[in-house]
Write a protein that binds this ligand. Structure first.
Ligand SMILES: [Zn+2]
Length: 134
């Protein structure tokens, strides 16, 4: 499994990937995550060891497992966020809370929440909620 910090990095890398960046380096991640380069490097190395990133010439790109996990976490994030938002939590707080627990809620619970919410297509930010791939 991955830690909360790793899940935040993974989502950021996935976001960059969706925007067309096929790989990222520690400097880029340090800037994106507001940390020092060695901290970013350490997390990238950990994700690579877990098989979620592939390292090539000092740059890291998502593996298939990495993409699958990022989509899963993103889905979890957006469903939790939607639920909290609909319950009256303001968007920023809902997003912050979802970030803390996005990697900890079991898939079957997320599936049930998704059904309960009426299979929302987008999160309260208006971003798409990835479909389940089994
Ligand atoms: Zn959010």
């Amino acid at each position: 499994m991955i830690t909360e910090k790793e899940s935040r990095y993974l989502l950021k890398i996935y976001e960059s990937y969706l925007q067309g960046m096929s790989s990222v380096g520690p400097q880029y991640m340090a800037e994106e995550m507001y940390v020092k380069r060695p901290s970013a490097y350490e997390v990238l190395q950990k994700l690579a060891k877990k098989g979620l990133l592939a390292k090539r010439r000092g740059k890291y790109s998502l593996t298939e497992d990495g993409i699958r996990l990022a989509e899963k976490i993103l889905r979890s994030h957006r469903i939790i966020e939607t639920m909290l938002y609909r319950a009256g939590v303001d968007l920023e707080k809902a997003c912050e809370c979802a970030t803390k627990i996005q990697d900890k809620v079991d898939d079957d619970i997320i599936d049930k929440l998704c059904a309960y919410l009426g299979y929302p297509k987008t999160c309260p930010h208006g971003r798409p909620i990835p479909e389940v791939k089994k």
